[in-house]
Write a protein that binds this ligand. Structure first.
Ligand SMILES: [Ca+2]
Length: 358
């Protein structure tokens, strides 16, 4: 016989009936699930690039400085006149800044590249709305003629791809997973500057870049001397072979980007000064600058003129890329000059840094 339970206690007053409906529970759970999924996917895909981070400081080599012939007279007009220039000694990154090195910078600073930000419509009043979403230029093979009225505007093998950036070089579905030793691309000049400041370095002047690219050789057409690419089955740089812009045969071993150090170094121990990716310099671009340049450590013009239909001055980039082919753009030569607006980026453009020797 157990004790009598308190069943004789008076019942508590009944709670008032709840009136809120239950139909919202399922949609609420679905909504919360969606939010969590989106956040998780965003975190995962963003973090994927940062997982490639390589905290080892980039290797640098001392470039001795000296006097050299900059430019050439029998080439595109902006490479002339060939003129003597003297540069002071400096240190230069042995390779282009890699995905791993750039990821280390972003991991440490939270820096967001130009291509990851929505463009400011006030800065681009004439832009098509589709171009005002964060993204960048991506090369797409296409069977197109090499010359036409678009040549200096926007060739048909370039597409503006929303979601393309250094983490996703060819667009949202691409990634840099497993590519820490590839050069970082989709880097605007502003991004390269930000990295250089963080690293306690700077971008090379155009004169420093060309002096370094020549590797101690005097007035040679290539960074490695005078032999043409592929001569005797030897390849010196990652450029483009095949039928540009439709089909990259990859005869040099790489159709598209190559990991850094895939080709022999030049006379100063620098890799990929020719081909692979374009490299930003500190100078504004002026096609007539060589005629008025100072001889010692030329810093480039104080500002760049507007050229070739661009609405803003442009910065110099050097070295050519994996897209340089002999028929259209033979600019993997040490004298070749190119330019782009400082807020532009593409999947064939990166950079490397220098610092003063003293
Ligand atoms: Ca190639």
């Amino acid at each position: 016989m157990g004790k009598k339970s308190a069943t004789h206690q008076p019942n508590p007053p009944a709670a008032p009936a709840r009136k809120f409906p239950l139909w919202w529970i399922l949609p609420a759970f679905v909504f919360i699930g969606l939010v969590v999924s989106v956040l998780a996917v965003g975190w995962y895909s963003g973090d994927e690039a940062l997982r490639e981070a390589d905290d080892t400081p980039p290797e640098m080599v001392l470039i001795p400085g000296g006097t050299f012939w900059m430019g050439r007279d029998k080439g595109p007009e902006d490479e002339s006149p060939a003129h003597e220039v003297t540069v002071s000694p400096f240190y230069m990154d042995v390779t282009e800044i890699t995905v791993g090195q750039f990821a280390a910078f972003v991991k440490a600073t939270g820096y967001m590249t130009v291509a990851e930000r929505d463009p400011d419509p006030r800065k681009y009043p004439d832009a098509h709305p589709a171009r005002l979403k964060a993204g960048s230029a991506v090369f797409e093979p296409v069977d197109a003629p090499l010359h036409g009225p678009w040549v200096t505007v926007y060739p048909p093998w370039w597409r503006y791809v929303p979601g393309a950036n250094w983490r996703h070089p060819e667009g949202p579905k691409s990634s840099v997973k497993g590519k820490k030793n590839y050069p970082a691309v989709q880097i605007a000049w502003e991004d390269a500057e930000a990295y250089a400041k963080w690293a306690g370095k700077r971008l090379p002047t155009e004169a420093e870049w060309e002096f370094a690219a020549r590797g101690g050789l005097d007035r040679q057409p290539y960074c490695w001397g005078s032999e043409a690419q592929g001569e005797g089955g030897k390849w010196y740089a990652n450029a483009y072979q095949g039928r540009f812009p439709a089909e990259d045969s990859g005869a040099d071993g790489f159709a598209g980007l190559a990991p850094v150090k895939s080709f022999p170094p030049n006379g100063y121990g620098l890799y990929d000064m020719s081909g692979n990716v374009w490299e930003w310099c500190s100078d504004w671009y002026d096609p007539g600058y060589y005629a008025v340049s100072v001889k010692n450590n030329p810093p480039g013009p104080p500002e760049g003129p507007l050229v070739e239909g661009e609405g803003q001055p442009q910065k110099v980039r050097r070295g050519g890329s994996f897209l340089c082919d002999n028929d259209y753009c033979r600019r993997y030569l040490p004298s070749a000059r190119d330019k782009n607006p400082p807020d532009s980026s593409a999947n064939h453009t990166g950079f490397r840094c220098v610092k003063d020797a003293n």
